[in-house]
Design a protein around this ligand. Structure first.
Ligand code: NAP
Length: 323
């Protein structure tokens, strides 16, 4: 791809991403006088990250009456801006971390940076099932986040189907028992991947039923989801069932492809950070939020690691005489 370079600057700190981790890093870095610049993304999705697709957030401290995900992100963003963060609604196409300062190439800008914070998050994986896409029932009963969307009225007292067999699938299924008439976990194998304790909870739960060796082949309905077509992979038999919702819980994909393997990741692609810090495998590059966390994945933990990344970057810049 040819990039028309309109602009080139040198920065102490560039932050890539736009969720709670990125904005918190920016707030701290801006207050520490690092004049941070954020690449918020554009084609990669709305700035604000995964919270932009949630409704009410009731577990973010400081908002006892709850706040919507987009409102919460708007507040983070304006706080980052208030202290002088420069925001660029632009995707990062590539980075070159082999030279210093590092080089960041956006869709219309090029930036040199002494330090970088990567806070690009993770994206919930989805399956290409007939009826599950944007032209079907996506966000009309099909979602990839039970905790975000499960309380919506369309799911109340309906049979709900969670796809997956890991801890997320079990956790989401248990969460959904508060709302659905019955919750089915549709798993492609005959054994859960979830931890023993979580698996036992699902197996013992009176409102949860495991559909082993099964997949959903088709989702249908009218304005919202009404039915799913299930297929048993052992017998090849199909069966149509009434359904009020389908929830993908098949894991997340950390958004690291633009890094082109320049930083160490685990086998699932999450950036590896040094224990208790946000330092990646390369000095001067820090990671915060879901791109380095497959365990907690909460707005508040992302914000916490965003703060850590800014403090780590500040100390590193200072130790290198680059502040
Ligand atoms: P995960 O452990 O990777 O499990 C993904 C599940 O989705 C697996 O059961 C997998 O099936 C299934 N799957 C993947 N691709 C599929 C496909 N194309 N079609 C059908 N099924 C598919 O992901 P996760 O459950 O999101 O958990 C991620 C990490 O977070 C784990 O380390 C987990 O322990 C942690 N976590 C912890 C908690 C907790 O402790 N409370 C809660 C949530 C997550 P197979 O089993 O056949 O591969």
């Amino acid at each position: 791809m040819t990039v028309g370079i309109l602009h080139m600057e040198k920065r102490k700190l560039v932050i890539i991403g736009s969720g709670p981790a990125a904005y918190t890093a920016a707030i701290y870095a801006a207050r520490a006088n690092l004049q941070p610049l954020i690449y918020e993304g554009f084609m990669s999705g709305p700035s604000g990250g995964q919270l932009m697709t949630t409704t009410e957030v009731e577990n973010y401290p400081g908002f006892p009456k709850g706040i919507t995900g987009p409102d919460l992100m708007a507040q983070f963003r304006s706080q980052a801006e208030r202290f002088g963060t420069r925001l660029l609604a632009e995707d990062v196409l590539s980075v070159d971390l082999s030279k210093r300062p590092f080089l960041i190439v956006g869709s219309s800008t090029k930036m040199e940076a002494h330090s970088v914070i990567i806070a690009t998050g993770a994206t919930a994986k989805r399956l290409e099932i007939e009826g599950a896409g944007e032209d079907g029932f996506w966000q009309k009963g099909v979602t990839a986040c039970a905790v975000c969307d499960g309380a919506a009225p369309i799911f109340r007292n309906k049979p709900l189907f969670v796809i997956g067999g890991g801890d997320s699938a079990v956790e989401e299924a248990i969460f959904l028992t508060k709302y659905g008439s019955r919750v089915y976990i549709v798993h492609r194998r005959d054994q859960l991947r979830a931890s023993k304790i979580m698996a036992e909870r699902a197996l013992k739960h009176p409102k949860i039923e495991l559909l082993w060796n099964s997949v959903i082949e088709k989702i249908s309905g009218d304005q919202v989801v009404r039915k799913v077509l299930l297929k048993n992979l052992e017998t090849n038999q199909t069966e149509e069932r009434e359904a009020g919702g389908v929830f993908f819980a098949i894991g997340h994909q950390p958004n690291t492809s633009f890094l082109n393997g320049q930083l160490k990741t685990d086998d699932k692609g999450y950036l590896i950070v040094n224990n208790g810090s946000t330092e990646t495998s390369l000095p001067g590059v820090f990671a915060s939020g879901d791109v380095q966390d497959h365990k907690y994945r909460q707005a508040v933990t992302a914000a916490g690691t965003g703060c850590m990344a800014a403090l780590d970057a500040e100390r590193w810049l200072s130790s290198m005489g680059l502040e």
